[in-house]
Design a protein around this ligand. Structure first.
Ligand SMILES: *Cc1c(COP(=O)(O)O)cnc(C)c1O
Length: 488
Protein backbone atom coordinates (compact mmCIF):
# COMPACT_ATOMS: atom_id res chain seq x y z
CA UNK A 1 0.00 0.00 0.00
CA UNK A 2 0.97 3.63 0.04
CA UNK A 3 2.03 3.60 -3.60
CA UNK A 4 2.16 6.93 -5.33
CA UNK A 5 -0.31 5.83 -8.02
CA UNK A 6 -3.12 5.80 -5.46
CA UNK A 7 -2.18 9.27 -4.25
CA UNK A 8 -2.11 10.66 -7.79
CA UNK A 9 -5.57 9.19 -8.50
CA UNK A 10 -6.97 10.74 -5.33
CA UNK A 11 -5.61 14.15 -6.24
CA UNK A 12 -7.07 14.07 -9.72
CA UNK A 13 -10.60 13.42 -8.44
CA UNK A 14 -12.63 16.65 -8.58
CA UNK A 15 -15.10 17.93 -6.02
CA UNK A 16 -18.30 16.22 -7.26
CA UNK A 17 -17.37 12.67 -6.45
CA UNK A 18 -20.38 11.11 -4.81
CA UNK A 19 -23.12 9.39 -6.73
CA UNK A 20 -25.69 11.73 -5.19
CA UNK A 21 -23.73 14.69 -6.56
CA UNK A 22 -23.65 13.04 -9.96
CA UNK A 23 -27.41 12.47 -9.80
CA UNK A 24 -27.94 16.10 -8.79
CA UNK A 25 -25.98 17.13 -11.88
CA UNK A 26 -27.82 14.82 -14.25
CA UNK A 27 -31.27 14.76 -12.68
CA UNK A 28 -32.69 18.03 -14.06
CA UNK A 29 -31.63 17.10 -17.59
CA UNK A 30 -33.25 13.68 -17.23
CA UNK A 31 -36.47 15.25 -15.94
CA UNK A 32 -36.63 17.40 -19.08
CA UNK A 33 -35.99 14.38 -21.26
CA UNK A 34 -39.08 12.64 -19.93
CA UNK A 35 -41.38 15.49 -20.83
CA UNK A 36 -41.35 16.00 -24.58
CA UNK A 37 -39.73 15.21 -27.90
CA UNK A 38 -39.98 18.89 -28.77
CA UNK A 39 -36.62 20.26 -27.88
CA UNK A 40 -34.10 21.98 -30.12
CA UNK A 41 -32.04 19.13 -31.40
CA UNK A 42 -29.78 19.34 -34.40
CA UNK A 43 -29.12 15.93 -35.92
CA UNK A 44 -25.86 14.30 -34.92
CA UNK A 45 -24.12 12.30 -37.60
CA UNK A 46 -22.24 9.20 -36.70
CA UNK A 47 -18.87 10.03 -38.28
CA UNK A 48 -17.56 11.70 -35.13
CA UNK A 49 -13.86 12.22 -35.00
CA UNK A 50 -11.31 13.69 -32.65
CA UNK A 51 -8.32 11.96 -31.19
CA UNK A 52 -8.25 10.16 -27.88
CA UNK A 53 -7.50 12.86 -25.28
CA UNK A 54 -4.05 12.57 -23.80
CA UNK A 55 -5.19 14.03 -20.48
CA UNK A 56 -8.48 13.35 -18.79
CA UNK A 57 -10.92 16.21 -18.20
CA UNK A 58 -12.07 14.87 -14.84
CA UNK A 59 -15.39 13.70 -13.44
CA UNK A 60 -17.03 17.15 -13.20
CA UNK A 61 -16.50 17.70 -16.91
CA UNK A 62 -17.98 14.30 -17.67
CA UNK A 63 -21.11 14.94 -15.59
CA UNK A 64 -21.57 18.43 -17.03
CA UNK A 65 -21.14 17.26 -20.62
CA UNK A 66 -23.41 14.27 -20.07
CA UNK A 67 -26.15 16.60 -18.81
CA UNK A 68 -25.79 18.64 -22.02
CA UNK A 69 -25.98 15.51 -24.15
CA UNK A 70 -29.07 14.32 -22.29
CA UNK A 71 -30.71 17.71 -22.94
CA UNK A 72 -30.06 17.35 -26.67
CA UNK A 73 -30.74 13.65 -27.04
CA UNK A 74 -33.77 12.08 -28.66
CA UNK A 75 -36.35 11.13 -26.14
CA UNK A 76 -37.98 7.76 -26.40
CA UNK A 77 -39.59 8.35 -23.02
CA UNK A 78 -41.76 11.20 -24.37
CA UNK A 79 -45.35 10.36 -25.32
CA UNK A 80 -45.10 11.93 -28.78
CA UNK A 81 -42.71 9.15 -29.71
CA UNK A 82 -44.74 6.22 -31.06
CA UNK A 83 -42.39 4.80 -33.69
CA UNK A 84 -41.20 1.22 -34.24
CA UNK A 85 -41.63 -0.73 -30.95
CA UNK A 86 -39.33 1.33 -28.85
CA UNK A 87 -39.42 3.47 -25.77
CA UNK A 88 -37.25 4.57 -22.91
CA UNK A 89 -37.43 3.37 -19.33
CA UNK A 90 -40.31 4.34 -17.07
CA UNK A 91 -39.36 5.86 -13.70
CA UNK A 92 -39.17 2.64 -11.68
CA UNK A 93 -36.91 1.20 -14.37
CA UNK A 94 -34.66 4.27 -14.15
CA UNK A 95 -34.44 3.71 -10.40
CA UNK A 96 -33.53 0.08 -11.05
CA UNK A 97 -30.86 1.10 -13.54
CA UNK A 98 -29.28 3.37 -10.98
CA UNK A 99 -29.42 0.58 -8.40
CA UNK A 100 -27.84 -1.84 -10.86
CA UNK A 101 -24.98 0.61 -11.31
CA UNK A 102 -23.99 -0.39 -7.79
CA UNK A 103 -25.29 -3.94 -7.99
CA UNK A 104 -22.73 -5.49 -10.23
CA UNK A 105 -22.99 -8.81 -12.01
CA UNK A 106 -25.72 -11.32 -12.54
CA UNK A 107 -23.47 -13.84 -10.79
CA UNK A 108 -23.08 -14.82 -7.17
CA UNK A 109 -25.50 -14.99 -4.28
CA UNK A 110 -26.53 -11.39 -3.74
CA UNK A 111 -29.82 -9.49 -3.81
CA UNK A 112 -29.62 -8.19 -7.39
CA UNK A 113 -29.06 -11.68 -8.69
CA UNK A 114 -31.90 -12.93 -6.51
CA UNK A 115 -34.18 -10.30 -8.06
CA UNK A 116 -33.32 -11.72 -11.50
CA UNK A 117 -34.71 -15.08 -10.44
CA UNK A 118 -37.80 -13.46 -8.94
CA UNK A 119 -38.34 -11.46 -12.13
CA UNK A 120 -37.98 -14.51 -14.37
CA UNK A 121 -40.75 -16.24 -12.43
CA UNK A 122 -43.02 -13.20 -12.39
CA UNK A 123 -42.52 -12.54 -16.09
CA UNK A 124 -43.32 -16.17 -16.90
CA UNK A 125 -46.55 -15.89 -14.88
CA UNK A 126 -47.43 -12.63 -16.59
CA UNK A 127 -46.95 -14.07 -20.07
CA UNK A 128 -48.44 -17.55 -19.63
CA UNK A 129 -45.08 -19.33 -19.83
CA UNK A 130 -44.72 -22.41 -17.58
CA UNK A 131 -42.81 -21.58 -14.40
CA UNK A 132 -40.79 -24.76 -14.85
CA UNK A 133 -39.17 -23.45 -18.03
CA UNK A 134 -35.52 -22.38 -17.82
CA UNK A 135 -35.31 -18.64 -18.31
CA UNK A 136 -32.60 -16.09 -18.88
CA UNK A 137 -32.41 -12.36 -19.39
CA UNK A 138 -30.43 -11.31 -22.44
CA UNK A 139 -29.82 -8.06 -24.30
CA UNK A 140 -33.05 -8.19 -26.33
CA UNK A 141 -35.22 -10.15 -28.71
CA UNK A 142 -32.38 -10.70 -31.17
CA UNK A 143 -30.25 -12.71 -28.75
CA UNK A 144 -33.36 -14.28 -27.19
CA UNK A 145 -34.46 -15.67 -30.57
CA UNK A 146 -30.92 -16.88 -31.22
CA UNK A 147 -30.78 -18.80 -27.92
CA UNK A 148 -34.25 -20.32 -28.36
CA UNK A 149 -33.56 -21.44 -31.91
CA UNK A 150 -30.16 -22.75 -30.80
CA UNK A 151 -31.99 -25.01 -28.35
CA UNK A 152 -34.41 -26.05 -31.11
CA UNK A 153 -31.49 -26.88 -33.39
CA UNK A 154 -29.87 -29.03 -30.69
CA UNK A 155 -33.18 -30.83 -30.11
CA UNK A 156 -33.89 -31.53 -33.77
CA UNK A 157 -30.45 -32.88 -34.56
CA UNK A 158 -30.07 -34.97 -31.41
CA UNK A 159 -32.99 -36.93 -32.80
CA UNK A 160 -30.85 -37.65 -35.83
CA UNK A 161 -28.00 -38.76 -33.61
CA UNK A 162 -26.00 -35.54 -34.02
CA UNK A 163 -24.79 -33.36 -31.15
CA UNK A 164 -24.57 -30.12 -33.10
CA UNK A 165 -23.11 -28.13 -30.22
CA UNK A 166 -20.17 -30.54 -30.13
CA UNK A 167 -19.68 -31.57 -33.74
CA UNK A 168 -21.42 -28.97 -35.87
CA UNK A 169 -24.11 -29.40 -38.49
CA UNK A 170 -23.94 -32.10 -41.12
CA UNK A 171 -24.17 -30.83 -44.69
CA UNK A 172 -27.23 -32.98 -45.36
CA UNK A 173 -30.12 -33.22 -44.84
CA UNK A 174 -31.12 -29.55 -44.70
CA UNK A 175 -32.74 -27.84 -41.73
CA UNK A 176 -36.03 -25.98 -41.94
CA UNK A 177 -37.56 -23.24 -39.79
CA UNK A 178 -41.15 -22.17 -40.46
CA UNK A 179 -42.36 -18.65 -39.76
CA UNK A 180 -45.01 -16.34 -41.16
CA UNK A 181 -44.14 -13.74 -43.77
CA UNK A 182 -44.46 -11.19 -40.94
CA UNK A 183 -41.84 -12.87 -38.75
CA UNK A 184 -39.10 -10.59 -37.44
CA UNK A 185 -35.86 -10.64 -39.44
CA UNK A 186 -33.95 -11.75 -36.35
CA UNK A 187 -35.41 -15.21 -37.00
CA UNK A 188 -33.60 -15.27 -40.34
CA UNK A 189 -30.44 -13.86 -38.82
CA UNK A 190 -30.55 -16.50 -36.08
CA UNK A 191 -30.88 -19.20 -38.74
CA UNK A 192 -27.83 -17.71 -40.45
CA UNK A 193 -25.75 -17.51 -37.27
CA UNK A 194 -26.74 -21.04 -36.24
CA UNK A 195 -25.48 -22.43 -39.53
CA UNK A 196 -28.94 -23.43 -40.75
CA UNK A 197 -28.78 -20.65 -43.32
CA UNK A 198 -31.24 -17.82 -43.84
CA UNK A 199 -32.70 -19.79 -46.69
CA UNK A 200 -33.75 -22.47 -44.17
CA UNK A 201 -36.56 -20.13 -43.07
CA UNK A 202 -39.71 -21.06 -44.97
CA UNK A 203 -42.13 -18.12 -45.25
CA UNK A 204 -45.70 -19.15 -44.48
CA UNK A 205 -48.61 -17.16 -45.91
CA UNK A 206 -50.97 -15.23 -43.63
CA UNK A 207 -54.72 -14.64 -43.65
CA UNK A 208 -56.41 -11.27 -44.14
CA UNK A 209 -55.74 -10.39 -40.50
CA UNK A 210 -52.01 -11.08 -40.90
CA UNK A 211 -52.02 -14.38 -38.93
CA UNK A 212 -50.10 -17.44 -40.04
CA UNK A 213 -52.29 -19.89 -41.94
CA UNK A 214 -52.07 -23.33 -40.30
CA UNK A 215 -53.16 -25.03 -43.54
CA UNK A 216 -50.25 -23.40 -45.39
CA UNK A 217 -47.91 -24.43 -42.59
CA UNK A 218 -49.13 -28.03 -42.81
CA UNK A 219 -48.65 -28.02 -46.57
CA UNK A 220 -45.08 -26.68 -46.34
CA UNK A 221 -44.10 -29.12 -43.59
CA UNK A 222 -45.56 -32.04 -45.47
CA UNK A 223 -43.68 -31.14 -48.66
CA UNK A 224 -40.42 -30.79 -46.72
CA UNK A 225 -40.98 -34.09 -44.95
CA UNK A 226 -41.26 -35.78 -48.32
CA UNK A 227 -38.08 -34.02 -49.43
CA UNK A 228 -36.27 -35.36 -46.36
CA UNK A 229 -35.57 -31.99 -44.71
CA UNK A 230 -35.23 -31.72 -40.92
CA UNK A 231 -37.90 -29.56 -39.25
CA UNK A 232 -36.03 -27.58 -36.58
CA UNK A 233 -38.72 -25.17 -35.38
CA UNK A 234 -42.03 -23.55 -36.15
CA UNK A 235 -42.05 -19.91 -35.03
CA UNK A 236 -45.39 -18.49 -33.90
CA UNK A 237 -45.35 -14.71 -33.55
CA UNK A 238 -47.66 -13.33 -30.89
CA UNK A 239 -47.67 -9.71 -31.94
CA UNK A 240 -46.00 -9.09 -35.29
CA UNK A 241 -43.73 -6.09 -35.55
CA UNK A 242 -45.41 -4.59 -38.61
CA UNK A 243 -49.07 -4.88 -37.65
CA UNK A 244 -49.37 -6.52 -34.23
CA UNK A 245 -51.18 -9.64 -35.50
CA UNK A 246 -51.15 -12.77 -33.33
CA UNK A 247 -50.56 -16.16 -34.94
CA UNK A 248 -53.06 -18.88 -33.90
CA UNK A 249 -50.64 -20.64 -31.59
CA UNK A 250 -52.85 -23.59 -30.60
CA UNK A 251 -53.41 -24.53 -34.25
CA UNK A 252 -49.76 -23.96 -35.08
CA UNK A 253 -48.78 -26.27 -32.20
CA UNK A 254 -51.10 -28.95 -33.53
CA UNK A 255 -49.55 -28.87 -36.99
CA UNK A 256 -46.01 -28.78 -35.59
CA UNK A 257 -46.68 -31.73 -33.27
CA UNK A 258 -47.94 -33.81 -36.18
CA UNK A 259 -44.39 -33.39 -37.54
CA UNK A 260 -42.78 -33.85 -34.15
CA UNK A 261 -41.39 -30.32 -34.42
CA UNK A 262 -40.37 -27.71 -31.86
CA UNK A 263 -42.59 -24.65 -31.41
CA UNK A 264 -41.02 -21.30 -30.61
CA UNK A 265 -43.20 -18.36 -29.58
CA UNK A 266 -41.77 -14.96 -30.54
CA UNK A 267 -43.66 -12.74 -28.13
CA UNK A 268 -41.05 -9.97 -28.04
CA UNK A 269 -43.71 -7.29 -28.29
CA UNK A 270 -47.13 -8.86 -27.87
CA UNK A 271 -46.84 -11.58 -25.25
CA UNK A 272 -47.04 -8.92 -22.52
CA UNK A 273 -50.71 -8.50 -23.48
CA UNK A 274 -51.32 -11.93 -21.92
CA UNK A 275 -51.42 -9.97 -18.65
CA UNK A 276 -54.88 -8.69 -19.54
CA UNK A 277 -57.99 -10.83 -19.04
CA UNK A 278 -59.41 -9.16 -22.12
CA UNK A 279 -56.80 -10.57 -24.48
CA UNK A 280 -55.65 -13.78 -22.81
CA UNK A 281 -57.66 -16.13 -25.02
CA UNK A 282 -55.78 -14.83 -28.06
CA UNK A 283 -52.73 -16.56 -26.63
CA UNK A 284 -54.31 -20.03 -26.43
CA UNK A 285 -51.66 -22.67 -26.98
CA UNK A 286 -48.74 -20.52 -25.84
CA UNK A 287 -48.18 -22.66 -22.74
CA UNK A 288 -47.72 -25.72 -24.97
CA UNK A 289 -44.72 -24.32 -26.85
CA UNK A 290 -41.11 -25.40 -26.31
CA UNK A 291 -39.50 -21.97 -26.16
CA UNK A 292 -40.59 -18.37 -25.77
CA UNK A 293 -39.17 -14.88 -25.89
CA UNK A 294 -40.50 -11.61 -24.55
CA UNK A 295 -38.87 -8.19 -24.57
CA UNK A 296 -39.43 -6.28 -21.34
CA UNK A 297 -37.79 -3.28 -23.03
CA UNK A 298 -40.85 -2.98 -25.24
CA UNK A 299 -44.24 -2.92 -23.51
CA UNK A 300 -42.85 -3.11 -19.96
CA UNK A 301 -40.72 0.02 -20.48
CA UNK A 302 -37.55 -1.21 -18.79
CA UNK A 303 -35.35 0.78 -21.19
CA UNK A 304 -33.28 -0.81 -23.95
CA UNK A 305 -31.18 -3.89 -23.36
CA UNK A 306 -33.62 -6.19 -21.59
CA UNK A 307 -34.95 -9.31 -23.33
CA UNK A 308 -35.96 -12.67 -21.91
CA UNK A 309 -35.82 -16.19 -23.29
CA UNK A 310 -37.36 -19.35 -21.84
CA UNK A 311 -36.83 -22.96 -22.87
CA UNK A 312 -38.98 -25.80 -21.54
CA UNK A 313 -36.13 -28.29 -21.18
CA UNK A 314 -33.29 -26.82 -19.12
CA UNK A 315 -30.96 -29.78 -19.80
CA UNK A 316 -31.36 -29.33 -23.51
CA UNK A 317 -30.53 -25.65 -23.20
CA UNK A 318 -27.39 -26.62 -21.32
CA UNK A 319 -26.41 -29.18 -23.94
CA UNK A 320 -26.79 -26.50 -26.60
CA UNK A 321 -24.95 -23.69 -24.81
CA UNK A 322 -22.72 -25.03 -22.03
CA UNK A 323 -19.45 -23.18 -22.04
CA UNK A 324 -17.79 -26.24 -20.54
CA UNK A 325 -15.62 -26.72 -17.51
CA UNK A 326 -13.65 -23.66 -16.44
CA UNK A 327 -11.13 -24.23 -13.68
CA UNK A 328 -11.48 -20.66 -12.47
CA UNK A 329 -15.09 -21.39 -11.45
CA UNK A 330 -14.34 -24.53 -9.43
CA UNK A 331 -14.61 -22.60 -6.19
CA UNK A 332 -18.06 -21.27 -6.89
CA UNK A 333 -19.73 -24.43 -8.18
CA UNK A 334 -22.98 -24.02 -6.26
CA UNK A 335 -23.92 -26.75 -3.86
CA UNK A 336 -20.49 -28.25 -3.48
CA UNK A 337 -19.89 -26.78 -0.09
CA UNK A 338 -21.83 -24.88 2.50
CA UNK A 339 -22.82 -21.44 1.40
CA UNK A 340 -21.38 -18.89 3.78
CA UNK A 341 -20.36 -15.95 1.64
CA UNK A 342 -22.07 -14.42 -1.39
CA UNK A 343 -19.20 -15.77 -3.49
CA UNK A 344 -19.91 -19.41 -2.66
CA UNK A 345 -22.14 -19.92 -5.67
CA UNK A 346 -22.76 -18.50 -9.12
CA UNK A 347 -26.40 -17.95 -8.26
CA UNK A 348 -27.63 -19.68 -11.39
CA UNK A 349 -26.51 -21.56 -14.45
CA UNK A 350 -26.00 -18.42 -16.47
CA UNK A 351 -22.75 -19.43 -18.09
CA UNK A 352 -24.27 -22.70 -19.31
CA UNK A 353 -27.51 -21.48 -20.84
CA UNK A 354 -26.82 -18.74 -23.33
CA UNK A 355 -24.20 -16.86 -25.27
CA UNK A 356 -23.15 -14.26 -22.70
CA UNK A 357 -20.96 -14.38 -19.67
CA UNK A 358 -20.16 -11.14 -17.84
CA UNK A 359 -23.43 -9.22 -17.91
CA UNK A 360 -25.55 -6.95 -15.73
CA UNK A 361 -28.53 -8.20 -13.69
CA UNK A 362 -31.04 -6.98 -16.28
CA UNK A 363 -33.91 -8.65 -14.48
CA UNK A 364 -33.73 -5.99 -11.78
CA UNK A 365 -35.42 -3.58 -14.20
CA UNK A 366 -38.15 -6.15 -14.84
CA UNK A 367 -38.54 -6.77 -11.12
CA UNK A 368 -38.90 -3.01 -10.51
CA UNK A 369 -41.62 -2.53 -13.13
CA UNK A 370 -43.59 -5.61 -12.05
CA UNK A 371 -43.20 -4.72 -8.38
CA UNK A 372 -44.46 -1.21 -9.14
CA UNK A 373 -47.45 -2.23 -11.27
CA UNK A 374 -48.38 -5.80 -10.43
CA UNK A 375 -50.24 -7.92 -12.96
CA UNK A 376 -53.25 -5.64 -12.79
CA UNK A 377 -51.17 -2.54 -13.45
CA UNK A 378 -49.62 -4.11 -16.54
CA UNK A 379 -53.08 -5.25 -17.69
CA UNK A 380 -54.43 -1.73 -17.25
CA UNK A 381 -51.58 -0.39 -19.36
CA UNK A 382 -52.18 -2.95 -22.07
CA UNK A 383 -55.93 -2.26 -22.09
CA UNK A 384 -55.23 1.47 -22.27
CA UNK A 385 -52.83 1.13 -25.22
CA UNK A 386 -55.03 -1.27 -27.15
CA UNK A 387 -57.85 1.21 -26.48
CA UNK A 388 -55.78 4.04 -27.98
CA UNK A 389 -55.19 1.94 -31.10
CA UNK A 390 -58.92 1.17 -31.35
CA UNK A 391 -59.74 4.86 -30.98
CA UNK A 392 -57.33 5.79 -33.76
CA UNK A 393 -58.75 3.03 -36.00
CA UNK A 394 -62.31 4.30 -35.38
CA UNK A 395 -61.38 7.86 -36.27
CA UNK A 396 -59.54 6.74 -39.41
CA UNK A 397 -62.49 4.63 -40.56
CA UNK A 398 -64.88 7.57 -40.41
CA UNK A 399 -62.60 9.96 -42.32
CA UNK A 400 -62.90 9.66 -46.12
CA UNK A 401 -59.40 11.14 -46.54
CA UNK A 402 -57.84 8.30 -44.56
CA UNK A 403 -57.53 4.55 -45.07
CA UNK A 404 -57.11 1.85 -42.40
CA UNK A 405 -54.97 -1.14 -43.49
CA UNK A 406 -56.67 -3.56 -41.11
CA UNK A 407 -58.30 -3.68 -37.67
CA UNK A 408 -55.57 -3.44 -35.01
CA UNK A 409 -55.28 -6.56 -32.88
CA UNK A 410 -52.98 -4.99 -30.29
CA UNK A 411 -51.57 -1.46 -30.03
CA UNK A 412 -50.13 -0.98 -33.53
CA UNK A 413 -52.21 0.82 -36.18
CA UNK A 414 -51.42 1.02 -39.90
CA UNK A 415 -53.22 3.81 -41.73
CA UNK A 416 -52.53 6.22 -44.56
CA UNK A 417 -53.69 9.39 -46.15
CA UNK A 418 -55.41 8.73 -49.46
CA UNK A 419 -54.12 10.47 -52.57
CA UNK A 420 -56.18 11.84 -55.45
CA UNK A 421 -55.52 10.54 -58.97
CA UNK A 422 -52.10 11.59 -60.20
CA UNK A 423 -50.55 11.82 -56.75
CA UNK A 424 -48.30 9.02 -55.49
CA UNK A 425 -49.81 7.90 -52.20
CA UNK A 426 -46.53 6.39 -51.00
CA UNK A 427 -44.66 9.65 -51.49
CA UNK A 428 -47.49 11.55 -49.86
CA UNK A 429 -47.48 9.43 -46.70
CA UNK A 430 -43.69 9.34 -46.47
CA UNK A 431 -43.67 13.15 -46.73
CA UNK A 432 -46.39 13.46 -44.09
CA UNK A 433 -44.31 11.40 -41.67
CA UNK A 434 -41.18 13.43 -42.45
CA UNK A 435 -43.10 16.60 -41.59
CA UNK A 436 -44.49 15.04 -38.39
CA UNK A 437 -40.93 14.28 -37.31
CA UNK A 438 -39.43 17.62 -38.35
CA UNK A 439 -42.14 20.10 -37.55
CA UNK A 440 -44.29 18.57 -34.83
CA UNK A 441 -41.99 16.31 -32.85
CA UNK A 442 -44.58 13.59 -33.43
CA UNK A 443 -42.75 10.36 -34.15
CA UNK A 444 -44.68 7.47 -35.63
CA UNK A 445 -42.78 5.21 -38.04
CA UNK A 446 -43.95 3.72 -41.34
CA UNK A 447 -44.23 0.28 -42.85
CA UNK A 448 -45.12 -1.13 -46.24
CA UNK A 449 -47.95 -3.60 -46.75
CA UNK A 450 -48.66 -4.93 -50.24
CA UNK A 451 -46.41 -2.20 -51.62
CA UNK A 452 -48.27 0.60 -49.84
CA UNK A 453 -46.65 2.93 -47.34
CA UNK A 454 -48.61 3.18 -44.08
CA UNK A 455 -48.16 5.48 -41.12
CA UNK A 456 -47.61 3.10 -38.21
CA UNK A 457 -47.87 4.34 -34.64
CA UNK A 458 -47.30 1.81 -31.84
CA UNK A 459 -48.71 2.72 -28.42
CA UNK A 460 -46.68 1.28 -25.55
CA UNK A 461 -45.67 4.42 -23.67
CA UNK A 462 -47.34 4.81 -20.24
CA UNK A 463 -47.67 8.56 -20.82
CA UNK A 464 -49.71 8.32 -24.00
CA UNK A 465 -53.31 9.56 -23.81
CA UNK A 466 -56.28 10.00 -26.13
CA UNK A 467 -55.02 13.56 -26.55
CA UNK A 468 -51.86 12.25 -28.23
CA UNK A 469 -53.92 10.12 -30.61
CA UNK A 470 -56.05 13.11 -31.60
CA UNK A 471 -53.02 15.32 -31.96
CA UNK A 472 -51.41 12.80 -34.31
CA UNK A 473 -54.58 12.56 -36.40
CA UNK A 474 -54.98 16.32 -36.60
CA UNK A 475 -51.36 16.70 -37.69
CA UNK A 476 -51.69 13.99 -40.38
CA UNK A 477 -54.81 15.73 -41.76
CA UNK A 478 -53.10 19.10 -41.61
CA UNK A 479 -49.98 17.99 -43.49
CA UNK A 480 -52.05 16.01 -45.98
CA UNK A 481 -54.13 19.08 -46.79
CA UNK A 482 -51.06 21.30 -46.99
CA UNK A 483 -49.14 18.96 -49.31
CA UNK A 484 -52.12 18.32 -51.58
CA UNK A 485 -53.00 22.01 -51.74
CA UNK A 486 -56.23 23.97 -51.30
CA UNK A 487 -57.79 22.78 -54.61
CA UNK A 488 -58.20 19.29 -53.15
C1 LIG B 1 -38.49 -6.26 -31.57
C2 LIG B 1 -38.71 -7.65 -32.00
C3 LIG B 1 -37.64 -8.56 -32.08
C4 LIG B 1 -36.20 -8.14 -31.88
O1 LIG B 1 -36.00 -7.70 -30.58
P1 LIG B 1 -34.82 -6.69 -30.18
O2 LIG B 1 -35.05 -6.52 -28.73
O3 LIG B 1 -35.04 -5.43 -30.98
O4 LIG B 1 -33.53 -7.33 -30.49
C5 LIG B 1 -37.92 -9.86 -32.41
N1 LIG B 1 -39.19 -10.25 -32.66
C6 LIG B 1 -40.24 -9.40 -32.62
C7 LIG B 1 -41.61 -9.90 -32.91
C8 LIG B 1 -40.02 -8.06 -32.30
O5 LIG B 1 -41.06 -7.21 -32.29
Amino acid sequence: MGDTGAVTRMESVPAATTVSQILAGLGPALDEAFVSTRRARPPVTADADGPLPEDGAGLDAVVGELAEHVRATITLTAPEFCGWIAQGPSESAVAARIAVAAGGLKYFLHPMNHLEHVALGWLADLCGIPRSAAGEFVSGGSVANLVALGAARQHAWERHGVDVAEHGLPAQPQSRVYASVFAHRTIHRSAGVLGLGRSAVVPIAVDAAGRMRPDELARAMEADRRAGHVPVAVVAVTGTTDIGSIDPVAEVVEVARAHDCWVHVDGAYGLTAHASDRFRDRFDGVADADSWIVDPHKWLATGAGVGAVYVRDADLLTRAFAQGHAAYFDDVAAGEHDVVSAYDGLGGHWTERGVEMTSPPRGVMVWAVLRELGRRGVAARVDHHVGLAALLAREVRTDPRLDLALEPELSIVCFRHLAPAGVDANNLNAEIVRRLHREDGLVPSTTKLDGRVYIRPCFINPRQTEGHVKELLAAVRHHGAEILGPAR
